[in-house]
Design a protein around this ligand. Sequence first.
Ligand SMILES: *Cc1c(COP(=O)(O)O)cnc(C)c1O
Length: 322
Amino acid sequence: MLENKLNVAQLDTPIQKLEHLSQDYGRNIYIKRDDFTGTELSGNKIRKLEYTIQYALDHEYDTIITTGAVTSNHARATTALCAKENLECHLVLSGSQQLVEGNLFLNQLMGARIHSIESSNERDVTMKTIASELQEEGKRPLIVPVGASDWIGTHGYVNAYKEILKQEHQLGIKFDVINVAVGSGGTYAGLWYGNHHYQSNKQIVGYAVDADREIFTEKVKHLVKDIDKSTTDFDTIDINDHYVGQGYGQATDEELRFYIDIAQKEGLVLDPTYTGKAFRGMLTELENGTFDDAENILFIHTGGLQGYTQEVRERMLKLLDK
Ligand SMILES: *Cc1c(COP(=O)(O)O)cnc(C)c1O
């Protein structure tokens, strides 16, 4: 395990009880606010990047190249941390850049060099090409994979798991289930490995936001093995792919109505790409009896509010008018 990390995220993030939903569902539902890790640095990615960027500094890299969708929270957190640590930052972003809003705007503001590509299939080759060009200029670029989900970044959520165990002790609560969105897999892999390593017997449930269960299960296994080769029993990996809906970054009216409901019931805003789908998945599974044995249920709010694009905002306002 890596020992060294930067300390830039606002930790420990608080755990709060969702009173109205707890009453409605007859269970204690808590939320861990990893959307409070910072403002520019907000969300789950900074926990991983604390390890990634420390690694880059330790190995004398001077440039970071990473990738994601135009709306990527990971790209934005990387940009902010690179600015802070004096690293040159290159982002390879897929999707339309017609409207400069949310994270795309913040990336430009904080000085990232942006390279657009048509499709996410071009990510890896494009990053490699940029790396070779920069090396020819005498730079030392480090390629960070999408979501910083590799063995280095995954440490961030093993550490978050330890933080949860500490908070359980402080709060006098034992969580039976932890729920989280799964996009590139590192967050889930870190939590799953934490639970496995500390033998705390929780159910760790991940809700896929794009690919299917099999793909994520394999990815999580690889990430865990890269941290600890001795892990062999992966039976408890629990990825639910029933709430992907229309695909990555796509939201149905039904989903948007659900986010409005939660916002008005709890003063809690979920993002339309990750936390919204996962939270809806969690409540639906609760209704279906999946967690009937669980008393205390934790959801990790991984951030993402910059993901409300103009298109989605306008659709939501129309739904509010009805
Ligand atoms: C990236 C992201 C996730 C998913 O985390 P992974 O480690 O990529 O699986 C969840 N929520 C938000 C808001 C994110 O930006």
